[in-house]
Design a protein around this ligand. Structure first.
Ligand SMILES: C[S@@+](CC[C@H](N)C(=O)[O-])C[C@H]1O[C@@H](n2cnc3c(N)ncnc32)[C@H](O)[C@@H]1O
Length: 623
């Protein structure tokens, strides 16, 4: 017998003997890593897990059902070569809000001052881009709580290397990578929005549990199975896996509304108009039900005079005799071609739902095969992308979950299928891709052709697409910090106006250049000095404040009396030294975020200020 099974049985027996519920833990070794599935409270109803007070066992209930993994409390730093490495969450390289720099535009876009409202193609890591969309006020206004659909088709972790990207992460790294991006996506989603994560068997089950944790189990909608290939692979060792999964979660299940799919011909062909009813085609349906109904047992006389003594044994007429008479007078009851059978109800095609609820199995004749996606990209671009999805698949995802004008987000854009489909369907879109090669070889040329009306493939004809619109290309800017002699300092490019803009982004100020200020947040104004802040400097700045306003004055060096001098003339204003005070903010913010028991334990290993020992010390001046 499997050792885990034996241990489980033992625990179950102990439980039954003592009649004491309690946590059960199962440990499994997977290669180098330790994955622990904590089942929380084996044998107890799920509903009791949150029961902390009262009851015979009240004091024993703690914890929650969750998936734990190696370094779950850590963050990941990505490198241009596609690899990740573990860093503490407060590390400036992951906590920083990166600026988004203009890198080009295609077709018609709005004014530069409203660039965030255009379709956006962002080059950079998904986490950086999502953080910028959520935190920089200019983008925050357009995207925080405004995204209707997020479709994510990340590397599945198949342990292969594709031509365009590597797909072989350590399991814990993959989970952390997804968790951190999904947490940001949740913030960006509209209250009636939803997220679809496209995976295969490699990580689907684990990702589902992580999503339970992030979105709440109650917001789970369905796991769709898409049959990706027509026939099983005969070379498969045991079973040919022919489908992918799309895990669907709502931000709030009670607010989520999906559109129906178009009715099929087969569904409509069941309707005919046997009696030329002016209300059009209908189909007959029985009028008996199993639920007891006190007025549902009575004899019925058909138009031919035949008496039906009552509903079949164990069933009831669904209508009272009076209601049946009323329906018959309205020619809604069918008695058979000779008036001897029935009664049946006439269900009119015009009165049934004008669509079909999407099912959880998506067949390729409706949404395409994986090879259709490859063919669409190859025909349009003349190059082969390893893992594009067919436009028909995205057509279904986008049409059931959004309306024209809604914002669609894909932060693993690849060849640009989501952007192409969203554009052709008149949705606003944001696509993020970290490989510059993939963008320049696939996504940008593809979207240029879509905009120019030069993409005849995919869903072009079904969407009636003839071209138009446009998009902006943005680059995730480099970090505003650098390291010099093991200290964190400002990067060389972060000077003057650039320093002001980057500082405004970190502190959540709307960047607006109006000397001596460069940003505003309500009645608080930001001033950034690339140099020493003295008492004279702060007095000059304070003189520009209107009554009721206060200032945050940041400088790369601060004279000892500057803060007191500012507070003396403008109580509520303050002086901050950069980068030290920004780096301290990251530590405070991540301490708040990582408040779980595990995170606290991990933080105990940090130094007394909560700074990670691996991070270099902070210096407040340039090298
Ligand atoms: C499976 S492909 C997406 C395919 C896409 N759905 C299509 O139809 O072409 C995954 C893509 O995500 C990109 N990617 C991987 N990790 C990323 C990250 N952290 N941030 C942004 N893009 C990433 C890869 O470069 C790759 O192009």
């Amino acid at each position: 017998m499997h050792p885990l099974k034996t241990r489980w049985d033992q625990l179950a027996r102990m439980r039954r003997c003592t009649q004491r519920p309690g946590p059960v833990r199962v440990r499994a070794k997977t290669g180098q890593e330790r994955i622990r599935v904590s089942t929380g409270f084996g044998g107890l109803p799920y509903a009791r897990m949150g029961d902390h007070g009262g009851g015979a066992y009240g004091s024993q209930y703690h914890g929650r059902l969750e998936l734990t993994w190696t370094n779950k409390d850590q963050a990941l730093l990505w490198s241009e070569d596609g690899t990740y490495r573990w860093v503490p969450p407060a590390d400036y390289r992951v906590a920083e809000v990166r600026l988004l720099h203009d890198a080009g535009q295609v077709g018609e876009v709005g004014p530069a001052s409203r660039r965030a409202a255009d379709n956006l193609l962002i080059r950079g890591d998904a986490l950086n881009a999502l953080t910028s969309l959520a935190r920089i006020p200019e983008f925050q206004r357009e995207y925080l709580g405004k995204v209707k659909l997020a479709y994510l088709d990340p590397p599945f972790n198949t342990q292969q290397a594709f031509d365009q990207y590597d797909d072989a992460l350590e399991h814990s790294v993959w989970l952390t990578m997804m968790r951190d991006r999904l947490v940001q996506i949740k913030r960006l989603l509209r209250t009636d929005g939803c997220v679809w994560v496209h995976l295969d068997d490699q990580e689907m089950a684990y990702c589902r549990v992580v999503m339970d944790e992030i979105f709440g189990r109650e917001n789970f909608v369905a796991t769709v199975a898409w049959q990706r290939r027509p026939d099983p692979r005969n070379t498969a060792r045991h079973i040919s896996t022919d489908h992918d999964y799309l895990i669907v979660f709502a931000k709030n299940i009670q607010d989520l509304q999906f559109h129906l799919l178009a009715r099929t011909e087969a569904m409509d062909s069941a309707y005919a108009n046997l009696d030329n009813d002016p209300r059009g085609p209908w189909r007959r349906s029985g009028i008996t039900a199993r639920n007891p109904y006190s007025l549902g047992v009575y004899p019925v006389t058909t138009p031919s005079g035949r008496v039906v003594p009552g509903p079949p044994h164990g069933t009831y007429w669904r209508f009272s005799a009076a209601k049946l008479k009323e329906l018959d007078e309205d020619n809604r009851i069918y008695w058979g071609s000779d008036g001897r059978s029935g009664p049946y109800l006439k269900r009119f095609l015009t009165e049934v739902a004008q669509g079909r609820v999407p099912g959880s199995v998506w067949p390729p004749d409706e949404v395409g095969y994986v090879r259709n996606g490859k063919e669409e990209v190859r025909r349009l671009i003349g190059a082969v992308f390893a893992t594009p999805k067919p436009e028909k698949l995205l057509y279904r995802v986008v049409t059931i979950s959004t309306d024209p004008g809604d914002v669609v987000l894909d932060c693993f854009l690849g060849s640009g299928t989501t952007a192409a489909v969203a554009h052709k369907l008149g949705r606003r879109w944001v696509g993020v891709e970290r490989s510059a090669d993939t963008l320049t070889t696939f996504a940008i040329p593809r979207m240029e052709k879509v905009v120019a009306g030069e993409d005849p493939g995919g869903i072009t004809s079904v969407a009636g697409w003839t071209g138009g619109g446009g998009f902006r290309i943005l680059d995730v800017a480099p970090s505003m910090f650098a390291e010099s002699r093991s200290a964190v300092v400002l990067a060389d490019w972060a000077v003057n106006g650039e320093l002001a803009e980057a500082t405004a982004a970190q502190l959540g100020y709307e960047f607006r250049f109006d000397p001596p200020f460069c940003g505003s947040k309500g009645r608080s104004l930001l001033s950034v000095v690339d140099g020493l802040i003295t008492s004279e400097v702060v007095e000059l700045i304070a003189a520009s404040l209107e009554p009721g306003e206060r200032a945050v004055v940041c400088g790369t060096a601060v004279a000892v009396d500057a803060d007191a001098a500012l507070k003396a003339v403008s109580p509520g204003s303050r002086v901050r030294r950069i980068p030290a005070s920004i780096l301290a903010d990251y530590r405070v913010a991540t301490r708040r975020l990582f408040h779980t028991r595990e995170a606290r334990a991990a933080q105990a290993n940090l130094d007394v200020n909560g700074s990670p020992p691996v991070s270099p010390p902070v210096e407040s001046v340039r090298p």
